[in-house]
Design a protein around this ligand. Structure first.
Ligand code: NI
Length: 185
């Protein structure tokens, strides 16, 4: 089922998400819905707060990048209760966007390499090391679980320039190809 995506200004995007308790029978369906919602919106990652649920689940599938980058294209992952273990001091910059902040793309600096602990969709414990674009997308989605957004990471001057666009998103005036749940409408 495709769910509406909660956009900038909704309180759920600013809350630190709670851990998932084991063996929730509805979790499989929720994860399926998250992937379906993400594919429909042509995104590469989605965190549960973006569908209004303050719980620690994120999904990523980079298959949209397959044509230009086959190695990235096969990367698909579900992370339940992820915990960042290590982040490299070396950072890299690249452009980011977010389904919850439609129409805004900004250059953001992120750790180049990360190590992260998580449960997969079957509750198996994993620890993975990721670099480059994979590490970037994981950090972006992980930030959602911490109540942080990529626009928090841009310079104060850039943020000032984004102000009116962000206000429009809060008011539900941003146009999207997918269904959203604006903070005000
Ligand atoms: Ni996002």
């Amino acid at each position: 089922m495709i769910l509406p995506i909660f956009t900038y200004g909704n309180a759920v995007l600013r809350k630190k998400a709670d851990p998932v308790t084991k063996d929730d029978p509805k979790l499989k369906e929720l994860i399926d819905n998250m992937f379906e919602t993400m594919y429909h919106a042509e995104g590469v990652g989605l965190a549960a707060p973006q569908i209004g649920l303050p719980i620690r689940i994120l999904v990523i599938d980079l298959k949209a990048l397959k044509e230009d980058n086959p190695e990235l294209g096969s990367f698909k992952v579900v992370m339940i209760n992820p915990e960042m273990v290590e982040m490299s001091e070396d950072e890299v910059t690249n452009e980011e966007g977010c389904l919850s902040i439609p129409g805004i793309h900004e250059t953001v600096s992120r750790a180049q390499i990360i190590k992260i602990k998580y449960l997969d969709a079957d509750y198996n414990e994993n620890i993975g090391e990721f670099d480059g674009y994979k590490a970037r997308v994981i950090q972006h989605e992980y930030d959602h679980l911490e109540g942080s957004l990529f626009t928090d990471k841009v310079s104060p001057i850039r943020r000032q320039l984004l102000k009116s666009k962000l206000t429009n998103i809060v008011k539900g005036k941003a146009s999207t190809s997918y269904k959203t749940k604006p903070a005000q409408s």
